[in-house]
Write a protein that binds this ligand. Structure first.
Ligand SMILES: C[S@@+](CC[C@H](N)C(=O)[O-])C[C@H]1O[C@@H](n2cnc3c(N)ncnc32)[C@H](O)[C@@H]1O
Length: 286
């Protein structure tokens, strides 16, 4: 098994400064290659996966899609997000992330942090309440071609994060977490207080009500993609999220998109907010 890997991008940075956003994941220089069959067995064992990731050329997490997993895990949707994440971040930072630090709250397997590294991010930290997802992320750090220097993944509940004493981050990702929380206002505040520059919030919404409300949800605690408390709330629109962010100290916000009904009774939106006035001018509505 691989014991030591160092990314080419890291080597490039040492030799000629920051490499900027690259179109393809830079290949790691690994001291020993993992046997492909062992790799595939591990990918299946660690499933189900929520994200399509190319682990090494020709082998992706999609190989685990047809595996049977325990019913209590619930339905785990399978997303292929890399391109849309890249477009979004490049619309916000046309020159790439240029060593900006990135925090991902409810990071799942850390996919957005690996993609942020491809865009030139510096220190990256992700946490998720479930060991299942962090085990996947650590496997990717250890055995994939993804750039992962200075990427840390830990099992933490959002509400314990203030006690960790983390240094604030330039960019904070809050994808798919808001509507899994018993107290979304405190949850967003924890993330907002750790943000120096920009936060991206992607959340489900509830349809059929005026924007401005938090509606009680109903979810279990054992499904891998759910919250862990059994109490959750859905915002009825972007105004809810934006007003909380303004209260936390964000100077401006922009709605990137809002699909008001993606399934019966549920919509989805993504917005960005910045603490630096004027910095969202390049953000395009996607
Ligand atoms: C819908 S998934 C979103 C995952 C990923 N951020 C994405 O956008 O694909 C919700 C994630 O939040 C995690 N999660 C739920 N409650 C949490 C909490 N209180 N603290 C940290 N993570 C939590 C879940 O384990 C899961 O990985």
């Amino acid at each position: 098994m691989t014991t030591h890997c160092q990314s080419q991008a890291h080597l490039a940075r040492l030799h000629r400064g920051h490499p900027g956003p690259s179109a393809r994941p830079p290949r790691k220089v690994c001291s020993r290659l993992v046997d492909p069959e062992t790799l595939k067995t591990e990918i299946r064992r660690l499933g189900p996966w929520h994200h399509e990731i190319e682990v090494v050329p020709g082998v992706s997490t999609s190989i685990a899609r047809d595996e049977p997993y325990p019913e209590q895990y619930g339905r785990v949707t399978f997303l292929d997000w890399r391109d849309s994440f890249r477009s979004k971040m490049l619309s916000l930072y046309p020159g790439g992330l240029r060593e900006r630090s990135v925090l991902d709250c409810g990071c799942n397997c850390g996919e957005c942090l690996f993609w942020s590294k491809e865009l030139g991010a510096g220190r990256c930290y992700g946490f998720d309440a479930r060991a299942h997802w962090i085990a996947q992320g650590r496997f990717l750090i250890e055995h994939s071609q993804l750039q992962s220097d200075d990427v840390t993944l830990e099992v933490h509940d959002l509400y314990e994060v203030p006690s960790l004493g983390l240094e604030p981050f330039d960019v904070v990702l809050f994808h798919g977490l808001l509507y899994h929380l018993p107290d979304p206002i405190t949850g967003l505040r924890i993330a907002g207080d750790l943000t120096k520059e920009l936060i991206v919030v992607n959340t489900a919404t509830v349809t059929g009500h005026p924007d401005g409300l938090l509606m009680l949800g109903k979810e279990g605690q054992t499904q891998l993609l759910s919250g862990i408390y059994g109490l959750n709330w859905f915002p009825t629109g972007p105004e809810v999220v934006a007003r909380i962010l303004a209260w936390i100290g964000f100077a401006e916000w922009k709605l990137l998109w809002w699909h008001q009904e993606v399934e019966p009774g549920r919509g989805r939106l993504e917005l960005v907010a910045s603490k630096i006035p004027g910095s969202l001018s390049s953000a395009t509505r996607l």
